[in-house]
Design a protein around this ligand. Structure first.
Ligand code: XMP
Length: 476
């Protein structure tokens, strides 16, 4: 048997090339997530329950990337996370949340809290009757006062079809924050908010759908409710569905891809994970719009330890990218990214985007809980195939399972861990994107595709690797 060599990030460096780039702003990080979706930066937050729910996905989209909501939620909960992302910014909210004038202030506060909004339109007999904002109910949390007695009745409105510039002028003139769009019959046709307008100005690089709303993806499995889940997520306007299975080069994954594509031909479908050219080709032939690559490379993975299977990440990405190029299907490098250098190497090897878990795990936006150790703050970050993640899933399904029962047959392929608390993910995204921009410049490239053409890897020895780290100094 001929044994092939497999390489990963620390085995190689990119050979510097002549560059005519004078500032990082001359580089362009736009790239393809999948066949029909483009991003402004090549970053995806992982579909893990300690990484991506709506807060992370909103931050990712603001910076030009995308978050994939994890699937370890009920269908309703996952849909709600997608809707929260979609409603966090838009040119116009098509179906604003409404309430009846006969409900109480307490009801309004609860509803606003549940939906994460700061105002409600009051509707009577299908027509706009008033507006209620957070300020109207600020001190009424226990109050039974009726909405009709505290709402603003004379609402400034506009006709559907108003331009954003006109809407901004109306909001400015009247010093208001919300502008309902109402047709000639008094029926609400939409809502424009000052928050959405300033959002568009504050985040010029944001990745948006055709209606100006943040892009968001959502994961599904290959068993149980995956068809209903896909349908519900697509109805909530999820932009991409990710078929999430540890061993993606499998009959289960391929059947799932075929079934989803057959039922929802317009669905932008990503699937994985695979680690070989053959795996990538089989998923592409089954109909995927992007292939997720990485088996055992993740920081919390023990797949290689437990099963002996996997391919070092750089080789896996390179091999799959050759197939991706042939079929014009983007490749996502998933797992093992620790630095912007790793990210740049994955892109140079042919990935169009990179999915990140642990780097985003310890941030304000990740759903993991805080822990303290030796006076330092950490957040929990765990593999989705870890024992406690499996226990959590099982107890959600069956109501009540303890660590001692039912899971004796479960063989974990991931670990529970914690990562240092790092503040907001936005700062990390900026550092990563800045590092890739510099990486492009070292490769003499203005864009990611140019870097992929110019890239020349050099293999390094252990001494070369040691030389690449800070050395012979005491770090502060
Ligand atoms: P990083 O290195 O960014 O990797 O933390 C995140 C990726 O790791 C994968 N993942 C797992 N792999 N067992 C595995 O073998 C697990 O329990 C597990 N959980 C997550 C996943 O691809 C993720 O995006």
């Amino acid at each position: 048997m001929e044994i092939k060599e497999g390489l990963t990030f620390d085995d190689v460096l990119l050979v510097p090339k002549y560059s005519n780039i004078t500032t990082r702003s001359q580089t362009d990080l736009s790239t393809k997530l999948s066949k029909n979706i483009s991003l402004n930066i090549p970053l995806i937050s992982a579909n893990m329950d300690t990484v991506t729910e709506s807060a992370m996905a909103i931050a990712m989209a603001r910076e030009g990337g995308i978050g994939i909501i994890h699937r370890f939620l009920t269908v309703e909960e996952e849909v709600e996370e997608v809707l929260k992302v979609k409603r966090s910014a838009s040119v116009m909210i098509e179906n604003p949340y409404t309430i009846s004038p006969d409900q109480s202030a307490k009801d309004a506060i609860n509803y606003m809290h549940e939906k994460g909004v700061s105002g409600l339109l009051v509707v009577k007999d299908s027509k706009l009757a008033g507006i209620l904002t957070h300020r109207d109910v600020m001190f009424e949390s226990q109050s039974n006062k009726l909405i009709r007695d505290i709402m603003t009745k004379d609402v400034i409105t506009a006709k559907p079809g108003i331009t954003i510039i006109e809407a901004k002028e109306t909001l400015r003139q009247h010093r208001i924050e919300k502008l309902p769009l109402v047709d000639d019959k008094g029926i609400i046709r939409g809502l424009i908010t000052s928050k959405d307008i300033t959002h568009n100005e504050d985040y010029p690089n944001a990745s948006k759908d055709k209606k100006g709303r943040p892009l968001v993806g959502a994961a599904v499995g290959v068993k149980g409710d995956f068809m209903e889940r896909t349908e519900a997520l697509l109805n909530a306007d999820a932009d991409a569905i990710v078929v999430d299975i540890a061993h993606g080069h499998s009959e289960n994954a391929i059947n799932t891809i075929r079934n989803i594509k057959k039922a929802f031909p317009n669905c932008e479908l990503i699937a994985g994970n695979v680690a070989t050219a053959r795996g990538a080709e089989d998923l592409i032939k089954a109909g995927v719009d992007a292939v997720k690559v990485g088996v055992g490379s993740g920081s919390i993975c023990i797949t290689r330890v437990i099963t002996g299977s996997g391919v070092p990440q750089l080789t896996a990405v390179y091999d799959c990218a050759q197939i991706g190029k042939k079929y014009e299907i983007p490749i996502i490098s998933d797992g093992g990214t620790r630095t912007s250098g790793d990210l740049t190497k994955a892109l140079a090897a042919g990935a169009s985007t990179v999915m990140v878990g642990s780097l985003f795990g310890g941030t304000d936006e990740s759903p993991g809980s805080f822990v303290m150790k030796n006076g330092k703050r950490y957040k929990i970050y765990r593999g989705m195939a870890s024992f406690y993640a499996a226990l959590g899933r099982k107890s959600k399904e069956t109501g009540n399972v303890t660590a001692n029962e039912d899971l004796n047959d479960y063989v974990a392929e991931g670990v529970e861990a914690m990562v240092p608390y790092k503040g907001t993910v936005t700062d990390i995204i900026k550092q990563l994107a800045g590092g890739v921009r510099s990486g492009l410049s070292y490769c003499g490239a203005h864009t990611i595709p140019q870097m992929q053409q110019n890239a020349e890897f050099i293999k390094m020895s252990r001494a070369g690797f040691a030389e690449s780290q800070p050395h012979d100094v005491d770090l502060m």
